[in-house]
Design a protein around this ligand. Structure first.
Ligand SMILES: NC(=O)c1ccc[n+]([C@@H]2O[C@H](COP(=O)([O-])OP(=O)(O)OC[C@H]3O[C@@H](n4cnc5c(N)ncnc54)[C@H](OP(=O)(O)O)[C@@H]3O)[C@@H](O)[C@H]2O)c1
Length: 290
């Protein structure tokens, strides 16, 4: 197989892992950046076409090495207080290395003026990339269907999940479809300068998610709407750092205002396949909720 000229950062995460598998299945070599090979990276390293490089967004030298010979790079971190700085470090390193094209995982409605901190940091990184002059593609997905796995403990033990989404419809999206668009942007032509809003095929309330999940599991799952004042201590108790927990509250308030209901055709337009719907997700992931 020829030398990799695609770099995947966030390669041990949800989307990064899926993206690596998809490129591998298409016979496309890629370099996966991981913080340490101590983590469980064996499965990643075993994928045909995978080359593993150690790198940390806090370490400019490691980023320079990871970017050597790379033509297209996928940029992703988790959302933390450090995310804007970490991603900005990568953009700086990418400019220095002469990277021709960056594909950044952002979020639907990224906006410097947003009341949601996640949307502000994504907008700040997008702007840094825009002014850098390198070619870019911004992927702006809506709420991940796989995010429901974060509720699996209460779903399995109490047949309930709790959030502050109210009765607002949200066009939730399967992370495999986001990865498929990332793969297209990293390997195909004509994605330069584009921003893709990425959603599922329908807009569903959390009560509707619960109903569909109930059908898939064969038992009744209920969505319990709580207040932000009730949710925040639960998130902190679950171990979320304060910055992230408060960010999730802001994010869910944005959903509850009905601002993430629109459905886009990006998955079909770019991959040629319909976006996976929530019923299919619930059926496939049912064992995880039992
Ligand atoms: N959840 C949603 O519904 C939703 C919706 C829209 C957009 N998003 C966006 O999706 C992104 C998260 O995607 P995800 O769920 O795939 O992420 P994830 O599973 O949390 O993975 C994060 C990745 O970033 C890596 N990372 C973190 N800090 C690093 C550092 N200093 N150096 C090198 N690597 C580092 C992690 O490596 P380690 O394994 O070493 O920690 C991991 O591979 C966020 O930007 C979020 O805003 C999420």
């Amino acid at each position: 197989m020829k030398q990799a000229n695609i770099l995947i950062t966030g390669a041990t995460g949800h989307i990064g892992t899926t993206l690596a598998k998809q490129l591998s299945a298409q016979g496309i070599p890629f370099r996966a950046m991981v913080r340490t090979t101590d983590n469980n990276v064996n499965a990643l390293a075993a994928l045909p076409g995978a080359e593993i490089v150690t790198g940390d967004f806090n370490d400019a030298n490691s980023l320079a090495l990871a970017l050597k010979g790379i033509e297209r790079a996928f940029l992703l971190t988790n959302s933390s207080e450090a995310a804007e700085k970490l991603q900005s470090n990568f953009v700086t390193a990418a400019v220095k290395s002469g990277l021709p094209h960056i594909v950044k995982l952002s979020q639907l409605h990224a906006d410097a003026q947003s009341p949601v901190r996640f949307l502000r940091y994504h907008a700040a990184v997008e702007e840094k990339i825009r002014v850098s002059g390198m070619a870019y593609t911004f992927l702006r997905p809506n709420l991940f269907m796989q995010g429901l796995l974060g509720f699996r403990e209460t779903i399995a033990s109490q047949n309930k999940f709790f959030a502050t989404a109210g009765d607002a419809p949200i066009s939730v999206v399967d992370t495999r479809d986001i990865a498929a668009i990332a793969a297209a942007a990293l390997t195909g032509n004509g994605h330069e300068g584009n921003t893709y809003d990425i959603t599922g095929p329908q807009s569903l309330t959390h009560a509707a998610l619960a109903e569909t999940l109930s059908n898939a599991l064969g038992r009744t799952i209920r969505y319990i709407n709580v207040t932000a004042a009730e949710l925040l201590p639960a998130l902190l108790h679950a171990g979320f750092p304060a910055w992230q927990a408060e960010g999730l509250i802001e994010d869910y308030a944005h959903y509850a205002r009905g601002e993430a209901a629109a459905v886009s055709s990006a998955v079909m337009d770019i991959t040629g396949r319909p976006a996976r719907d929530f019923a299919a997700f619930a059926g496939e992931y049912a064992p995880a909720f039992t």
